[in-house]
Design a binder for this molecule. Sequence first.
Ligand code: 5GP
Length: 211
Amino acid sequence: MYSFRKAGASSAAYFRKHRRVKMELLKQRILKDGRIIGQDILKVDSFLNHQIDVKLYNEIGKEFKKLFSNKDITKILTIEASGIGIACIAAQYFDVPVVFAKKTESRNLDSDTYESEVHSFTKGKSYKIRVSKKYIDSSDKILIMDDFLANGKAVLGLKDIVDQAEAALAGVGVVIEKGFQDGGKTLRDMGLNVQSLAIVQSMEGGVIQFL
Ligand code: 5GP
């Protein structure tokens, strides 16, 4: 169903041009259907994280593959719930499994887990995330993926789990980064390879502006 031949055979210039066009698709959709809640929440649930535009997800998946194509990723790690769909579509291009951190304790989950604490920006409270030790180990090269990057707490919690597993962190793929919050800077200052498909620089006065 999916072909990488064209992307694989293309020049760096092709990649750059192609990426710009694809990002443009996402940016246009954010401008068309995104809604601003309060000062700093961008609601995109008509296409990204409640109702899902699968074709757009597919383009997002291809973009991530291009951005991290040379990293020998062995697993994509995300967090339930919004990250799962994006990670699964992208994973088809990487041909690797997706592991998602669970937010709730359940009898289904193995007792031997990596755990970390995440402070939720949207919910204003902290919660625990867990990943079974069966599914990440020191041989893995992990790509962390999420729908939004705000203050970086979700990514830091996932990174903590990667570190506990002594796996390598190859990069962080984010669909929408809010550049006016400090997560992107924090993670990049730590030396992480953070790639965002759209960076919202400002939402002041109800106007969305990209970097
Ligand atoms: P962070 O941990 O970087 O502070 O926040 C990222 C997490 O919070 C993401 O997993 C995402 O689900 C949620 N989030 C943060 N900001 C927004 C936003 O503006 N809109 C939506 N829909 N989710 C957000």
